[in-house]
Each structure stands twice: as C-alpha cells, then as structure tokens.
Design a binder for this molecule. Sequence first.
Ligand code: BTN
Length: 248
Amino acid sequence: MTMPLTEEHMAPMFRSAFGRPYRHSTSCGSTQDQLLDSDPEGTVAVCEEQTAGRGRRGRLWAAPSGRALLASIVLKPPNERPAAQLTLLSGVVVAALIERELCVPVGIKWPNDVLVGNAKVAGILAEQRGAAVMLGIGINVNQTADELPGDARLPPTSLRVLAGRPFSRSELLAALVEELETTYRGWAERGLSVVSDELAHRDVLRGERLEVGAAAGVGAGIGSDGALLIETTSGLEAVVAGEVNVTW
Ligand code: BTN
C-alpha cells in the first residue's frame, strides 16, 4: 500500500515557495482542472487517480490509483518567454530527476516525452489558461509491468519496472517541485539557454530519420527557441509544433 500524497504528508517536505497552496484528492478528473488561473504561481494539485487524465493531442493518460505521480502546477511566465518552452524546460527537470534515481541515461523526445531507451517513463502537458500555464507532469513511478497502458504510442515503462523496486513518490514530488522552481526562475530571467546544453545532450531525435507533418529528414537538434530542427533535402527546417514519427 503506498502512502497517499496528502497535504499533511507533503507540506513539511516542500523546501521552497512552490508547493503552496497544495491540493490533494484521492480521485479527480484531471489534475489540470484542479487549478485556476487565479491561483498563485506555484500552486500544486496532485491526485492519486485521474478518471480523465489527458496527454498531448487529445490522448488519455491512465494509471492505477496511488502508483504514478500525477501533478499539475500553476506557472505565470513573463510575457517575453514563450510558454511552449516550458514543456522542454520541465522535461529536462524530470529527466534529470529520474536519471539521478535510476543511474541510467534519460532522454527527451521533443517536445514532451521522457524516455529510458525508447520506453516512455514520463510525459508533460502544458496548457495555457489566460495568463497562466497549467503544467501537468505524469511520471510512471510504481506501476508494475502489467499495470502500464497496453495501447500506448511509445512502449511505456516505470521507475519500478526499470529498477526492480518501488520508489517514494513523496520524495520524488518534493524534489520535482523544488528543482522545477529553480529551473523555471532561471528560465524566466535568462530564457531557454539555462537548459540548452542539457537539452542537446538528452535529445534522442538528433541524427535519427524523422517525419513531422510534411517535413521529413534527419533530426538536427533543438534550436535556441525550442523548435525541432530537421535537415531535409531542401535545407534546415524548424518545426514549432507537431507529432514526430521516428524510425529508431
Ligand atoms: C503526454 O505525454 O502526452 C502528457 C502526459 C501528461 C500527463 C499528466 S498526469 C498529470 C497531469 N494531468 C493530466 O490530465 N495530464 C497531466
């Protein structure tokens, strides 16, 4: 039985400003909808189970109760910072956190998939609401192999499957919130350059054959603005949004 991530349990574990206020429910539709754009920056919502958890591009995000980390956080980025970069920024934070736990390389498939090998361990969903961005993070933590979704676009995995042992979700959540705050504040001041080296090093699409919409070619990195660069037969193309199909 895993310990629920109640406010009583989590409040003493948050070491910086983010994580207050904190909203926890046993079950909700989506943590994204537990937050309002009038909530202060850094408000966090966590549910043990989501009945309508969502991924990018209208997909479902499903996990059995109490196994995954299902969290959303309110951010209010400065006007000059493109909110789309928050997906990449938080992907880097999540990847670094998981890498530290597992001691295996963790990659990012632009723009929002966090991978170990070619298996997905976490995903990010940034939704703009007024001046706020609801940043949703789903990390597969303690699911066993048969609890992972069978119909996923990328093969799913979890920390537990990868390491052969369960993890403390509360420690992961506290570290995630703190590290996200630090990286976010750096980005708000200085832009995506705060993670560009790490993003380049985690980019699993570089050098791979890709297709995104009409663009096809070889992954050529991530631009300084966060666009996916593809070397096509007619030159370098920058893709700002889309679904990447890759032939590994
Ligand atoms: C994706 O990989 O497509 C994004 C997945 C994002 C899932 C998280 S779980 C917490 C938050 N609430 C949601 O409904 N979605 C995000």
